[in-house]
Design a protein around this ligand. Sequence first.
Ligand code: SF4
Length: 347
Amino acid sequence: MKPQTVNTPSPHIEVPPHPQWPMLSPAEREALREHIKQLMRERDAVLVAHYYVDGELQSLAEETGGCVADSLEMARFGARSDARTLVVCGVRFMGETAKILNPEKTVLMPDLGATCSLDEGCPAEAFSAFCDQHPDRTVVVYANTSAEVKARADWTVTSGIALDIVRHLHERGEKILWAPDKHLGRYVQRQTGADILLWDGSCVVHEEFKGFALERLRRLHPEAAVLVHPESPDEVVSQADVVGSTTALIKAVKELPNEEFIVATDDGIFWKMQQAAPGKKLISAPTAGEGATCESCAHCPWMAMNALHNLETALREGRGEIHIDEAVRQRAVVSIQRMLDFAERRG
Ligand code: SF4
C-alpha cells in the first residue's frame, strides 16, 4: 500500500541565519561555565539537552547530572527528575513537552524563538481542519509539533518509537493520519504496510541531504557505513546501512565494526558519536552545501540558537519560560502519555 500525501497548506517558513556568538578565551569560557553551574544550584535546575545542540552544552549537561538524549528520552528524563527547574537546550516543542509533562515545574529555554520547520509547517488550526475531514483515522503526530497539535492527536511519537507504535495500530486494523514529516511518514509506511495519510511537511535540514551526491561520496569511501535519520528524503534513506533515531545512529557508530561513517543527520550529533566511539571517522552526508545557505550546512539553525551565553541569561533572569494553556496541556498530555506508557511496556 502506498501512503497518500495530501497537499496541506504550507505556510512560508522563515529560516533564521545561524547566530554568531562572541568568541570566549578559555578562561572566560571556564568562568561562564562555573557561573552557570552556580545559577543552576540556586534555581535547583537541571539541563536537558538534545544531541543536536552545541557540544559545549552537551558536556555541561552531563557534568551537572542532566541528560543528553533524543526527544523521547528528554521527555522521560524530565518526568523522572526531582529538580524544580528544567532547562531545555533544544527547540521549542521539546520545552513544551517538558512543561506538558511537568506542569508544576518551571521550564526555561535559552531562546524561545528556537523553533522547528516541522512545527512551523503544521499550524494547529489547519491541522485540526485536516483531522476533521478524516474522522475515521487515528491521528499520530511526530513530537516536532506544537502543544496545540499534540492536543488534537491520539498519539504523539518520536522517531525512536514511531515504527513500533504504527505497527501496533496497524495490527489493530486502524488507519492513520500522520503529521507533519512526510519523509518519516513514508518510511514508517514502507516498514509497516499501514494505511497512512500524510501531512505535507518536512525538515529543512534533513531535506537538504542529496541522494546523487551521496552516491559519489560512497564511491570515495567504500568502507564507510551510511547512517541516515528517517526525516531524510527517500533517495538518501534507500542508500542507508542503518536508518534510525539519533539514539539508534549513535549506537550504530559504537557497535558496527566500520572505521568510517557517512552520517545524514544534524552534525551536532558528532559530539556524542565521537564520545561513544573515539577514533572513528565521521563524515557529514552531502547537502546542497555549495550553495551555502543556512539550510544546507547539516546543522539546524534553530538548534544553533542554544549557547552558553543565553543559557546564562535564562538562568540569571528566569527568561525564556514556557507557559501552556491548561486546557491545551490537559489534552496534549494524553497523546504524549500514551507514547510513554507504550515505551514503558516495550522496555
Ligand atoms: S533538525 Fe529539522 S526536525 Fe530537527 S529541530 Fe531542526 S528543523 Fe526541526
